[in-house]
Ligand binder design. Structure first.
Ligand SMILES: NC(=O)c1ccc[n+]([C@@H]2O[C@H](COP(=O)([O-])OP(=O)(O)OC[C@H]3O[C@@H](n4cnc5c(N)ncnc54)[C@H](OP(=O)(O)O)[C@@H]3O)[C@@H](O)[C@H]2O)c1
Length: 298
């Protein structure tokens, strides 16, 4: 680790939730020059007013990326949300890695996912595996952050589960170490300002939880009964599609549960504290602050 306040730091995807928060945190902690790169520079006038240089960067537009990254020493490469079209996201990430190297960026921090593996078909996890591979094959230094599933994601399914009293998953009793987006962002910022060399960190919460554990926590917090039912993966996917979840998203969410059932999501590390300087937030504490959201579907 090194103090890097002389470095020029660039954040891609700066209008997304993690990107925006990362720039805010950098404004609080990093004395050096900041560059916010986004597809929509017009949405970041507030950052410009605070002295941040705002640039346009779209990973689908590779010819423009080298110029967009030029002048940055260190870069937070935030994985995109382009999951709908097979392999599009992987192409985007490869474009970004290539451009970072051509632009003279020295260190890239990348937001990967737990246990990335290659898959025969296009998939979320395949994108991360091959993006990590592209970084490894480059001349860049890098920090790969394998973010566990966001605790925040529970708020997409739990309100409906609380209303019906039923929580469904295909985790097969496997445990998952949820981590908040805020903890992922703080860890990314920590790595961005100070990591050196090449390293991989699993970014996890404080303790893996099964879906039975999650149901028990939510019951206790809301005072309402909530039972967890373990389903086969196909049944979970069909149920989500029947409920209106787009197929590409149902595929991604089912794959997360299958990985969990296989034991890939139960990793516990001290990386959040090491990188961000504070311990990760427990699921119970995160949800306790969101009681209104949990009971909003009633
Ligand atoms: N660990 C988890 O549970 C979890 C959950 C959800 C997502 N993620 C991943 O983590 C990333 C950050 O999370 P988030 O919550 O901040 O997501 P988000 O708010 O949905 O943001 C999506 C991000 O994708 C960027 N993006 C989309 N298309 C792009 C393109 N063509 N070129 C460059 N950037 C592009 C956006 O940047 P601009 O709009 O500024 O261009 C934005 O930063 C997500 O994009 C996704 O890859 C992880």
């Amino acid at each position: 680790m090194t103090d890097s306040s002389d470095n020029r730091v660039l954040v891609t995807g700066a209008s997304g939730q993690m990107g925006r928060r990362a720039v805010e945190l950098l404004l609080e902690t990093h004395a050096g020059r900041l560059i916010a790169a986004t597809r929509t520079p017009e949405t970041l006038d507030a950052l410009r007013d605070k002295g941040v240089e705002v640039r346009r960067a779209d990973f689908d537009d590779p010819a423009t990326l080298e110029a967009a990254f030029t002048g940055a020493d260190r870069m937070l490469l935030i994985s995109t949300d382009a999951l709908e079209t097979p392999n599009r996201r992987l192409t985007q990430h490869r474009n970004a890695v290539r451009a970072a190297e051509a632009a003279g960026v020295r260190h890239v921090v990348y937001t990967s996912s737990a246990a990335p593996v290659p898959t025969p078909e296009s998939s979320l996890i395949n994108d991360h595996y091959w993006t990590e591979h592209a970084l490894g094959a480059s001349g860049l230094d890098w920090t790969i952050l394998r973010n566990s599933l966001y605790t925040d994601f529970l708020l997409l399914s739990l309100p409906q589960a609380v209303a019906s009293g039923q929580l469904y998953s295909a985790t097969g009793g496997g445990a998952r170490n949820y981590v908040t987006r805020e903890d992922c962002t703080r860890s990314a910022v920590g790595a961005l300002v100070s990591a050196t060399g090449r390293s991989i960190h699993d970014i996890t919460g404080p303790a893996p939880l099964t879906q039975d554990d999650v149901a028990a926590i939510v019951s206790e917090l809301t005072g309402r009964p909530l039972a967890h039912t373990a389903l086969p993966a196909d049944a979970l996917r069909e149920g989500m599609i029947g409920a209106g979840v787009p197929p590409f998203m149902a595929d991604a969410l089912t794959a997360f549960d299958v990985a969990c059932a296989r034991g890939y999501s139960a990793i516990r590390t001290s990386s959040v504290e090491a990188l961000s300087g504070r311990p990760p937030t427990a699921v119970r504490d995160f949800l306790a602050a969101k009681i209104d959201a949990l009971t909003s579907a009633n």
